[in-house]
Design a protein around this ligand. Structure first.
Ligand code: GLU
Length: 472
C-alpha cells in the first residue's frame, strides 16, 4: 500500500466539497469557514530508548470544525501520518458526523510512527506522552475533543489515554468520556470493536437492496453469492468480511500490505484471520493462491471491492482497470477525486467513506452518552420489559387456551441489553443515512453518491452556523 507526499487528502476532500457546493445555495464565506481547519496542533516529543538514545516523534491533533462540540475523531499511528493527511481525515470526520446526524465537530490525530517497530511499553509511553501534550493545550476533554481508535491504534491505547486524562483531572466526573473505543472494563461499550465493520455491512446491504440502482449495474438485490474483494484485514476489514460472509457473500480475495490471497471458490474469513494472526501474513496459507503484489487484487473481477486500509489506493493510474461494479469505501479516502471521475464514467457505484465507515463514530457517540450518564444501556428497563411481555404472553395464553413454547417465550419476552440497543441504533443510523443520501442524489439528478453525501452534510453544517446568526 502506498501513500505519497505530493498527494493531499485534505485537498482531495476540499475538491469533493466544492463539487457538492455547486449544487447548494451557500454563502462563499460560509463555505470557506466550513472547509478550513479550525485548529491545528503539531508537536514533537522525545522518546528515550533502552540503550540511552533518543528519538524525536511528531504528533498531531487537528480540529477541523467546532460547529458542534466536542470535536470527534480517531488517533492514527502510522509512518504515513503527516499534516495534510490528518487535516483531510479531520475534515472527513466533520462531514461524516453531519451526514449521519451525530452531533459532533470533526477532528483527527496521529503520531508518525510504525507501531510494529515499538514494544508495548514504548507504545504506552508514546500514548501517555501524546495525551499529556493534548491535555496541556486543552485539546482533549469530554466537552472539547474526544479521540477514538483508528489505523494502528485500538482499545488498549484508548485505555491509556483515559487513564492519563483522569490522572490529570481527578475531580472530573465525566473524565471517562474524554475518549471512546475503550475496553469494556474501562467504561467502553458493547459493540464498539465491530461497529465500523458492522456499519459497512449494513451500508452495503442497504445499497444492494435497491432494485432500481442494482438494475443499472446488472446486479440482483441479494448479498447471497456476490463476489467480494477486500483490501486490509484489520479490525474494519475483518468485521466487514465476517458479516458479509454470514449474509452469504463470497470473499474471493483479500489484499494485505505484505501479500494477498485469492480463491475463486471463496475464503473462510475466520480461518484466514486466525492464520494471519499466527503467521503475521498470508504466506504459506494453503486454501488459496498467495499473491505477492497484493495491489493487483484490486483490479480483479468481482461484484464488490472493499478498500479497508488507507487512503489513495484507487487513483487515476489503476481506476480504468477496476472491474468491480460497486466500490465500498470502508477506509477513509481510498478513491481519489481523479479516480472517481473515471469510475463514474465506467458506471461503478461508489459508496463513499464518509457514509460507509460512520459506524465507528456512531457507536462512539453511544459510548460517550453512556459515560456521561454513567449507566449502561438497557440496565434499567431490561427486566421491566421482560416482565411486561411475560404478562402479555400469559394473557394471550389464557384467552386462547394455547401455550407458547419456552423458546418462543424467550424470543418474544426478552428485554433488550446493551449490545441489542447499540446494534439497533447503528442499523437505524446507517439505513436512514443511506436513503437520505440516495434520495438527494436522485432529486438533484447527480450520479455521485459522494457528492450527494457532501450536499446533505454541507446543508446541515450551514444551518448550524446560520442559526447562530454568523452567516446570512
Ligand atoms: N476512527 C474512526 C473514524 O475514522 C472512528 C472515530 C470515532 O469514533 O471518533 O471514523
Amino acid at each position: 500500500m502506498t501513500s505519497n507526499t505530493e498527494y493531499s487528502l485534505f485537498e482531495d476532500v476540499c475538491q469533493a466539497v466544492d463539487n457538492a457546493a455547486s449544487h447548494v445555495d451557500i454563502h462563499p464565506g460560509l463555505l470557506d469557514q466550513i472547509k478550513f481547519c479550525n485548529s491545528i496542533y503539531k508537536f514533537s516529543f522525545p522518546l528515550k530508548h533502552e540503550d540511552g538514545s533518543y528519538e524525536v516523534l511528531e504528533g498531531y491533533r487537528v480540529q477541523h470544525s467546532h460547529h458542534k462540540l466536542p470535536a470527534k475523531g480517531g488517533i492514527r499511528y502510522s509512518s504515513y501520518v503527516n499534516e495534510e493527511e490528518v487535516k483531510g481525515l479531520a475534515a472527513l470526520m466533520t462531514y461524516k458526523c453531519a451526514l449521519v446526524n451525530i452531533p459532533y465537530g470533526g477532528a483527527k490525530g496521529g503520531v508518525s510512527i510504525d507501531p510494529s517497530k515499538y514494544d508495548v511499553s514504548q507504545l504506552e509511553k508514546i500514548t501517555r506522552r501524546y495525551t499529556s501534550e493534548l491535555i496541556s493545550k486543552k485539546f482533549i476533554g469530554p466537552a472539547i475533543d474526544v479521540p477514538a481508535p483508528d489505523y494502528g491504534t485500538s482499545a488498549r491505547e484508548m485505555a491509556w489515554i483515559a487513564d492519563t486524562y483522569q490522572a490529570f483531572n481527578p475531580e472530573a466526573i465525566n473524565a471517562k468520556g474524554c475518549v471512546t473505543g475503550k475496553p469494556l472494563s474501562q467504561h467502553g461499550i458493547r459493540g464498539r470493536t465491530e461497529a465500523t465493520g458492522l456499519g459497512v455491512y449494513y451500508g452495503i446491504r442497504e445499497a444492494v437492496s435497491i432494485k432500481e440502482d442494482m438494475d443499472v449495474l446488472g446486479l440482483d438485490t441479494s448479498l447471497k453469492g456476490k463476489t467480494v474483494i477486500i483490501q486490509g484485514l484489520g479490525n474494519v476489514g475483518y468485521h466487514s468480511a465476517k458479516y458479509l460472509s454470514e449474509a452469504g457473500a463470497k470473499i474471493i480475495a483479500v489484499a494485505e500490505w505484505n501479500g494477498g490471497i485469492i480463491n475463486a471458490d471463496g475464503l473462510d474469513i475466520e480461518d484466514l484471520k486466525a492464520y494471519q494472526n499466527h503467521n503475521k501474513g498470508f504466506k504459506g496459507y494453503d486454501k488459496g493462491e498467495f499473491v505477492k503484489e497484493s495491489k493487483s487484487l484490486l483490479t480483479q473481477a468481482c461484484d464488490i471491492l472493499i478498500p479497508a486500509a488507507l487512503e489513495n489506493q484507487i487513483t487515476e493510474e489503476n481506476a480504468k482497470d477496476i472491474k468491480a461494479k460497486i466500490i465500498a469505501e470502508a477506509a477513509n479516502g481510498p478513491v481519489t477525486q481523479g479516480a472517481e471521475k473515471i469510475l463514474l464514467e465506467n458506471n461503478v457505484l461508489i459508496i463513499p467513506d464518509m457514509y460507509l465507515n460512520a459506524g465507528g463514530v456512531t457507536v462512539s457517540y453511544f459510548e460517550w452518552l453512556k459515560n456521561l450518564s454513567r449507566v449502561s444501556f438497557g440496565k434499567l428497563e431490561k427486566r421491566y420489559d421482560r416482565r411486561k411481555y411475560e404478562n402479555l404472553l400469559d394473557s394471550i395464553e389464557k384467552a386462547t387456551g394455547k401455550s407458547f413454547t419456552q423458546e418462543q417465550r424467550d424470543l418474544i419476552a426478552r428485554g433488550a441489553d446493551e449490545q441489542d440497543l447499540v446494534y439497533s441504533g447503528l442499523e437505524e443510523t446507517m439505513v436512514n443515512a443511506y436513503h437520505h443520501m440516495n434520495s438527494v442524489r436522485k432529486d438533484k439528478g447527480i450520479q455521485s453518491l459522494r457528492t450527494a453525501g457532501f450536499i446533505v452534510a454541507l446543508e446541515r453544517i450551514a444551518i448550524s452556523y446560520m442559526d447562530l446568526g454568523i452567516f446570512p
